[in-house]
Design a protein around this ligand. Structure first.
Ligand code: KIV
Length: 272
């Protein structure tokens, strides 16, 4: 018998049940080591397609592939035990048809072991979300700013800047909820709109640049740690790891150059 206490992993229904309750804490992760740290404090770990920009230095998420998502999803599953792991479906892997979306989402679930997928889009994705949920795939929606649509939007600006656009964004969130999604990300929208949507949809809203009025929050881990060179205006940096890492690398480089780099007696704990 195992002496280790069993840790039950949170499920999509557990997150769904948190509507209006204790705030849902979420961060992104793409690696086993960071997933281990995030898992200690977060309910949801998102393997976001932001990995294209954060890990690969791409300008947008558009070039990210399903294979890239599956590889990092697997790493995050290995590193985490408690949080619900949600993996993004990347651009081009689900929009063409219900069948394409099912094939991509099923690959993600089978090959990573994660508990849910996320896809972008409101009303236009409602049929696809319903199709997936009816066939056993938990879906997290994503409305407001949808970065995969960058080539249509033209920039990563906040959405719903004029009140005339609010009804459309709210209808998107409603459509996602009615289609059976267990939660919905609201990205880059104003506080009054986020508050209105959160009050009106039956599923938890998870905000990113959408104010504290949501049922939970998510940030890109590298952004909040101060590792990303450029971050959206709304991001609070909870640490400044970029400069600390730079200092550590500089200290290493100068020890190597001065030949003061520790020898094996230090490394293996041997006496001189
Ligand atoms: O890809 C991502 O990291 C995301 C979050 C920003 C919500 O979709």
């Amino acid at each position: 018998m195992s002496v280790q206490a069993e840790v039950r992993r949170l499920t999509a229904p557990d997150i769904r049940a948190r509507k209006g309750g204790e705030p849902i804490v979420s961060l992104t992760s793409y690696h086993a080591h960071t997933a281990r740290l995030v898992d200690q404090h977060c309910d949801v770990i998102l393997v976001g397609d932001s990995l294209g920009m954060v890990m690969h230095g791409l300008e947008t998420t558009v070039p990210v592939t399903l294979d890239m998502m599956i590889l990092q999803g697997l790493a995050v599953m290995r590193g985490s035990r408690r949080a619900l792991v949600v993996v993004d479906l990347p651009f081009g892997s689900y929009e063409a048809s219900k069948e394409q979306a099912f094939a991509s989402a099923a690959r993600v679930l089978k090959e990573t072991g994660c508990g849910a997928i996320k896809l972008e889009g409101g009303k236009r994705m409602a049929d696809i979300i319903a199709f997936l949920v009816e066939r056993g795939i938990p879906v997290m929606g994503h409305v407001g700013l949808t970065p995969q649509a960058i080539n249509v939007l033209g920039s990563f600006r906040a959405q719903g800047r004029s009140e005339d656009e609010w009804d459309v964004i709210e209808a998107d969130a409603m459509a996602v909820a009615h289609a059976g999604a267990f939660s919905v990300v609201l990205e880059a929208i104003s506080e009054p709109l986020a508050r209105r949507i959160t009050a009106n949809v039956a599923i938890p809203t998870i905000g990113i640049g959408a104010s504290p009025a949501c049922d939970g929050q998510i940030l890109v881990l590298e952004d909040m740690l101060g590792l990303s060179p450029r971050v959206p205006k709304f991001v609070k940096r909870f640490a400044q790891l970029g400069p600390s890492i730079g200092e550590a690398i500089a200290a290493y480089a100068s020890e190597v150059k001065a030949r003061t780099f520790p020898g094996p007696e230090h490394t293996y704990g041997m006496k001189k």
